[in-house]
Design a protein around this ligand. Structure first.
Ligand code: AMP
Length: 302
């Protein structure tokens, strides 16, 4: 397995200004592994669920390249549950509940078949668990990408500081970059985060695209413009999965290739927004992706 991820596999309760849904399949690792497998052909997952998580979803994702060897199923326990409410712009949201359930006592075990992976995506999860996964790798992976969110800045700041020094690329959204560094300017926030050790930083700006910082260089990629955003949950994770999936497939971690990876990540994230949960992402075909990549190119060409 050349690419693995750790992150939540979850149930989400989602309220948009137009529709509310309970028990939607979600979780960072779900979206990451789906998007990454789409480009790379496969992606290993290290995670935990309770015995309430549907077997059919596990089978479905497996048929799309997801390797569940690192998934622990805890009998008699409940899966991680997140609940969020979107504002009218569908770009910002409030977290209403984060029920850790199985995650509260999770000790990740990286299977032997995952331990030599060159590409590791540390999806949004308890920072101590992200560190636990890295420490079980047989060798230093070629590229480690970290995603995190404000929740962990509030409850596990010390561990989060540590994991920032252990990775090559950080993805974070604009508000979280400001919160983490205390800087209003994203340029200064980027400088501060890169000083911790990562070679590159991606600041996600939702419907306004993403900024890639590395050394003295900055690259900006807009997001795809959609007719309708039904539910943006998982867009950031699909983006991250597409990003690392593209890098793993091409096995090129240059800054130039990261630009191409961001465009692939953005295109896959746009599909995720078109329906609740991972449904839309599951239906994407290579032809549909190509149409979006071409549209994207036309949008940015001067
Ligand atoms: P995104 O919209 O890309 O930020 O990802 C949303 C997904 O992350 C949802 O499916 C949630 O289940 C999951 N999630 C929300 N909060 C957390 C958290 N604190 N830790 C890990 N995963 C989370």
């Amino acid at each position: 397995m050349n690419l693995i991820t750790v992150g939540t596999v979850a149930f989400d309760s989602i309220a948009t200004p137009f529709e509310s849904r309970e028990k939607v399949i979600g979780g960072a690792a779900t979206y990451i592994s789906l998007a990454a497998s789409f480009l790379n052909g496969s992606c290993g997952v290290v995670s935990v669920v309770g015995d309430d998580f549907p077997e059919s979803v596990i089978t479905d994702l497996k048929s799309r390249g997801v390797d569940w060897s690192g998934l622990e199923i805890k009998q008699g326990e409940k899966s991680f549950h997140w609940s969020g409410k979107y504002h009218l712009d569908m770009n910002s949201r409030d977290t209403l509940a984060t029920d850790l359930n199985v995650l509260a006592s999770f000790e990740p075990k990286v299977p032997a078949s995952f331990q030599n992976a060159d590409y590791v995506m540390l999806g949004n999860l308890v920072p101590a668990v992200q560190i636990g996964v890295l420490s079980q790798m047989a060798k230093r992976p070629k590229l480690v990408v970290l995603d995190t969110m404000n929740f962990w800045m509030d409850v596990a700041r010390e561990d989060l500081d540590r994991v920032f020094t252990m990775v090559d690329v950080v993805t974070i959204n604009d508000e979280e970059a400001r919160q983490y560094t205390g800087e209003r300017s994203l340029k200064n926030a980027a400088k501060q985060i890169l000083a911790l050790g990562p070679k590159a930083l991606i600041i996600k700006k939702g419907e306004h695209g993403a900024l890639l910082f590395g050394g003295d260089e900055v690259f900006f990629a807009p997001a795809m413009l959609l007719d309708e955003v039904k539910d943006p949950t998982g867009a950031g994770d699909s983006f991250a999965g597409g990003f690392i999936g593209y890098l793993a497939k091409t096995d090129d971690i240059s800054f130039e290739n990261m630009k191409r990876a961001i465009v692939h990540g953005s295109a896959l994230a746009s599909f995720t927004c078109e329906d609740f949960g991972p449904d839309a992402l599951m239906q994407v075909t290579p032809e549909q992706l190509q149409i979006r990549l071409t549209a994207f190119e036309q949008m940015v060409r001067i």
